[in-house]
Design a protein around this ligand. Sequence first.
Ligand SMILES: O=C(O)c1ccc(O)c(O)c1
Ligand SMILES: [Mg+2]
Length: 592
Amino acid sequence: MRTSIATVSLSGSLTEKLTAAARAGFDGVEIFENDLLACPLTPEEIRARCADLGLTVDLYQPLRDVEAVPADVFARNLRRARHKFELMRRLGADTVLVCSSVDPCAVDDDALAAEQLADLADLARDSGVRVAYEALAWGRHVSTYDHAWRIVEAAGHPALGTCLDSFHILSRGSDPKGIEDIPGEKIFFLQLADAPLLAMDVLQWSRHHRCFPGQGGFDVAGLVRHVLRTGYDGPLSLEVFNDVLRQAEAGPTAVDARRSLLVLQEAVGAAEPPPAVVPTGFAFAELVTPDAAPLAGLLDALGFARTARHRGKPVDLWQQGEARILVNTAAAARRDGTRLAAVGLESPDPAGAARRAEAMLAPVLPRRRAPGDAPLDAVAAPDGTELFFCSTRPGGWRSDFEDVPHAPAAPSVRRVDHVALTQPWHHFDEAVLFHRGVLGLRAEDSVDLADPYGLLRSRAVSNADGGVRIALTVGAAPTDDTAHAQHVALATDDVVAAARRFRDAGGRLLPIPANYYDDLAARYEFADGELETYRELGILYDRDAHGVLRHCYTRTVGRVFFELLQRDGGHRGYGARNAPVRLAAQHAAGTP
Ligand SMILES: O=C(O)c1ccc(O)c(O)c1
Ligand SMILES: [Mg+2]
């Protein structure tokens, strides 16, 4: 199927938008009227630019407030339309969007609307233009797709069809099944947008909160299945009005948009990309640091031993149980201080995972970083974190490392439970869709976390058995180091013992205020001394329908800290209720 994107969905000048759309692989664009009015190029030059870029102009939009108006108003509307049809001839666009009127002088008269739309279609046909009539969810008299279709049907004009827009249909709660009653050839255009499920005025919702399919709460794929059953064979076109995207760079947004359509096309059976290879666990987390000593002290106190060193690079492997942390002190990697630079994902088919990633437009990284390295497939996530697809079996990445003598330690941690990655503020929706589409992970609900100096939004993605969990977080205050720290959460069977051991080995746990424990005492009943132990160690506590979560935090090194975490009874959460207390405590402790 052909794919298209409305220029309103991308930031920048019209030419920047066109370039971004073409680079991301779109076949066509909807040109938004304001983008054209503000463009110094003539319509012929825009047409030539699109042709050079391999883009068709699939829609010119919109003509507004045309129909169901008094005769003198309609005469003026036809005059305006005549100008626009001439412009479209010069632009090489053959379909115009007419959205349902919001004009206060429009009347509630379907017969008049049909008659005037047929007159408009007559004029359009003379210029080789087709009219696609769309119900705006806030239209004055026409606000549902089935109503718009009834008017189009009554008009019975070959140059008049309907434009379906998933936002207007799903935001009103209309049943999209009725789409199948419309003949496919009368659906002149299909616009797609998703949106988070918000209880708000539809106009504000539409103009500020639309997102790409798969990034919100609507069943856009379900709607598209109904449309495809009609025989519709026009483009799938993205039309997203969004405050964040207006400020984000057009290039990455266009790739994110194209990826959203690939995921959607796969879901409706219109494309067969290489199947997702879902990772089964964490092979490692890689920290880069200009100074290994503070991390070494921290890892040692957590119970890790330095077990191996890379054969060709200044990278140490620290391990206990199935938890592996790489500490990289290579000069090139050290510029930005201590941070979580890469995550190794244990994959049943690393090459297949890389093929999937490439098909889903993930930036593929070079397979071999240095001569002699085992080839390793990796992609860059939207926040720049390198994701390696690897196998910890013999002959895999581990063979690049040579064992070093180390004292055996009784492990207190079993494996990495999750990693928490902070996203650049305008890449949050993109990051969630990336991890779903590229890695085949499932997205959990989005939660808001109150930081004392801003609001964080967090959404976890995970595989089915919880072997891989990644918490994606975005902060409102872009420069705040505390809100933007990343962390590695380590799963233990006994968080009290692990925390004690850490403290006794000289580690510093994040202190938690006594008020928090008073509140816990009010919420739950504890065994004698239990709460005192938590208070002493700074252990936070939560319960869900499945079980209990107990967790505590180390101090932060650079941008990274660790969490010790014990899940009992299959607790699935991440302690969202505790996050504001943890964030406040981290601000109070400062970043050393
Ligand atoms: O918000 C609007 O005005 C508007 C315009 C054209 C569309 O296709 C649409 O869905 C909304
Ligand atoms: Mg629309």
